[in-house]
Design a protein around this ligand. Structure first.
Ligand code: SF4
Length: 201
């Protein structure tokens, strides 16, 4: 089963090189068998958004709804994302949204180190290079560990941080609020900071 391409390109007859390469990555991800996660997926989830988004959001891996639709953050975490952006001039179309791993792990387990290494080296790093966002938002411990080398969100969460020439904002994964309600407020605080930073971009 295939789903539509979700790279939003600029209008006009000639597609830019960046859009073409993002679409090519998208196609490769949808049929990828480079790590064992391909066996349990319904649809791979390459990510979606504008090819020139100033902000990129990186979560952990697709959940059930994402796996069924091939789109990132369409389940309850996506609704929460919409909620934290409500009332601002921004919505999800202002971001490129993707994950560390593009296929759903069985029973939503945490992706294994080998799966993370394979998927990021084949796809995520190139997506970052192509989109070249001004700020990267990391949602949850898996993204934080891989991208910043920190052990926990708590250790890395301190506003906008610079790492290897890029700016990052670290926050909790929206799914965490189901078992730690108090963290929903912290995620909202972090997105409030993000919205104020986005106005300066
Ligand atoms: S998780 Fe990534 S590397 Fe593994 S099969 Fe899916 S797209 Fe390929």
């Amino acid at each position: 089963m295939e789903s539509r391409s979700v790279i939003q390109s600029a209008p006009g007859p000639a597609k830019s090189k960046v859009v073409k390469e993002l679409e090519s990555l998208d196609s490769k991800i949808r049929v990828c068998t480079a790590c064992p996660l391909y066996k349990s997926r319904t649809l791979a989830v390459p990510g979606e958004g504008k090819f020139n988004s100033k902000v990129m959001i990186i979560g952990e891996a697709p959940g059930r709804n994402e796996d069924l639709t091939g789109r990132p953050f369409v389940g309850s975490s996506g609704k929460f994302l919409d909620h934290v952006l409500e009332g601002s001039e921004f919505d999800r179309s202002d971001f490129f949204i993707t994950n560390i791993c593009k296929c759903r792990p069985p029973s939503n387990r945490t992706p294994k180190t080998g799966e993370i290494e394979t998927c990021t080296s084949l796809y995520l790093y190139r997506q970052i290079e192509l989109i070249n966002p001004r700020i990267i938002v990391l949602l949850g411990g898996v993204a934080v560990k891989k991208m910043l080398g920190k052990k926990t969100v708590e250790e890395a969460r301190c506003g906008i941080v610079e790492h290897e020439g890029r700016k990052f904002l670290v926050t909790y994964h929206p799914a965490v609020r189901f078992y730690r309600e108090e963290l929903a407020e912290k995620i909202k605080e972090d997105f409030a900071l993000l919205k104020s930073e986005m106005k300066k971009l």
